[in-house]
Design a protein around this ligand. Structure first.
Ligand SMILES: [Fe+2]
Length: 146
């Protein structure tokens, strides 16, 4: 599916939202390639983009969670999910590189579901942390426990 940016995706933390837009742009690139009948040819490049941009984004998030004193379980949850994503994409990329015929629309469904869940669920912590910054108070660990 093509993903239109929606205000419900916003966390209020500009750097996070900008990077999420970048990720959605990559996903929509795969969507367009599939629509033009060249999904399979696009997969290799897309895996590279999904690895590089995700590395950059996960590093940003992990640094922010530490800097803004998110509760330790939030950082742990993010790190675990980030590791799982990296493994999953590396595995798909390796299978593709070894000649396995992956179905592009299935790859798109998996990565789109993963990123939407990441944005709409996992990253809601940044809404709380952004609120703490706006309110002019330190986002101490005790405050951001859901
Ligand atoms: Fe994120």
């Amino acid at each position: 599916m093509y993903i239109e940016w929606d205000e419900k995706f916003a966390t209020g933390m500009e750097i996070v939202d900008t990077q999420h837009r970048g990720l959605i742009h990559i996903l929509n690139g795969l969507y367009r390639s599939i629509g033009e009948g060249r999904g399979e040819a696009a997969l290799h490049g897309i895996f590279g983009e999904l690895q590089r941009y995700a590395d950059y984004h996960f590093d940003t998030e992990e640094r922010l969670l530490k800097k803004l004193a998110a509760a330790p379980h939030h950082l742990a949850e993010h790190v675990i999910r980030h590791v799982a994503y990296r493994r999953r994409i590396a595995d798909l990329r390796a299978r593709h590189d070894e000649g396995e015929r992956l179905v592009p629309v299935q790859v798109l469904a998996f990565v789109s579901d993963w990123w939407l869940e990441h944005i709409l669920d996992c990253d809601r912590i940044f809404v709380t942390l952004a609120g703490g910054i706006e309110g002019g108070k330190a986002a101490g660990a005790a405050e951001n426990v859901p």
